[in-house]
Design a protein around this ligand. Structure first.
Ligand code: PMP
Length: 279
């Protein structure tokens, strides 16, 4: 059923609303086509599996529904949020109280991001915490982002674009809604899945593109000190692609402007998705 946003309603007993008991994906289109839809749906299925939410329909059928919703929205480009909640039922934490998993697909016009972000780079702050989901379901994209929201709130209050999450030993994990890369002594480093990150789809494509460009890559722990002394740092996410980071906690990184390697990777990524080199 496709509805206008103001007509679409979810029960107040839905566990996604009551407890954040749901998983989701953020997807975007290029030329109207959902980018990496299979990869997103595979991750959604993995997330659902890690918190034992039964998929309400086969993955291929969900893909068809998502494509149908995108077509119906008729946006030049779309931002899509595909969610699965455990469903509604009597209140209580017992997951057995949920009656039937619910799926929701939200489609909005994709908002262009300011070109200055890519041209000048952004500032980030750091914040020691853990994603709520990682306590019980490492790597699952569970809708409860409260710890990340608090980190981002602090970042924005400091005039920064994103907060980088640090683990207990001070290693950099990822952004609140992005993955992080640092170019250090000519090697591109990004933290591994075991460190407790959400394995980004954009991250995977960047790793591939870096390989194609002949840039040495290491997936390993990233101490904050390494990040601070890196020549280039960037973050990646579906909606932002690749964004250069030029300041961490007020300290300037490398040459203080987006680096050559970051720009080369972004240009190659954009070519891969069928766009021109400049954002
Ligand atoms: N980490 C977290 C915690 C995120 O929420 C996101 C956004 N989905 C990412 C990383 C980046 O992932 P992707 O490239 O798949 O958008």
């Amino acid at each position: 059923m496709i509805l206008q946003p103001e007509e679409a309603k979810v029960s107040v007993y839905d566990r996604g609303f009551l407890y954040g008991d749901s998983v989701f994906e953020t997807i975007r289109t290029y030329a109207g086509e959902p980018f990496a839809l299979d990869e997103h749906l595979a991750r959604l299925e993995r997330s659902a599996g890690r918190v034992a939410i039964p998929l309400p329909l086969p993955r291929a059928d969900f893909a068809l529904e998502i494509r149908r919703a995108i077509r119906a929205a008729r946006n030049p480009e779309s931002y899509v949020r595909a969610m699965i909640t455990r469903g509604s039922g009597p209140m209580g934490l017992d997951t057995g109280l949920a009656e039937k998993a619910l799926r929701v697909v939200l489609v909005e016009p994709l908002q262009a991001l300011p070109a200055t972000m890519y041209r000048d780079g952004v500032a980030v702050t750091t914040f020691k915490t853990r994603r709520a989901a990682d306590e019980v379901a490492q790597g699952a994209k569970v809708s409860n982002y409260l710890t990340s929201m608090m980190a981002l709130k602090e970042a924005r209050a400091a005039g920064a674009h994103e907060a980088l999450i640090l683990d207990g030993s001070g290693d950099v994990l990822e952004g609140t809604t992005s993955n992080v890369f640092a170019l250090t002594q000519g090697v591109l480093v990004t933290p591994p899945e075991e460190a407790g990150i959400l394995v980004g789809i954009t991250r995977a494509h960047v790793l591939e593109v870096a390989g194609e460009l002949g840039i040495p890559v290491r997936v390993e722990r990233l101490p904050l000190e390494t990040l601070r002394s890196a020549t280039e740092v960037f973050i990646t996410s579906t909606l932002r692609e690749i964004v250069p980071v030029v300041r961490v906690d007020g300290q300037e990184i490398g040459a203080r402007v987006p680096g050559r390697t970051t720009r080369a990777i972004h240009a190659a990524f954009r070519q891969k998705v069928g766009l021109g080199a400049e954002p």
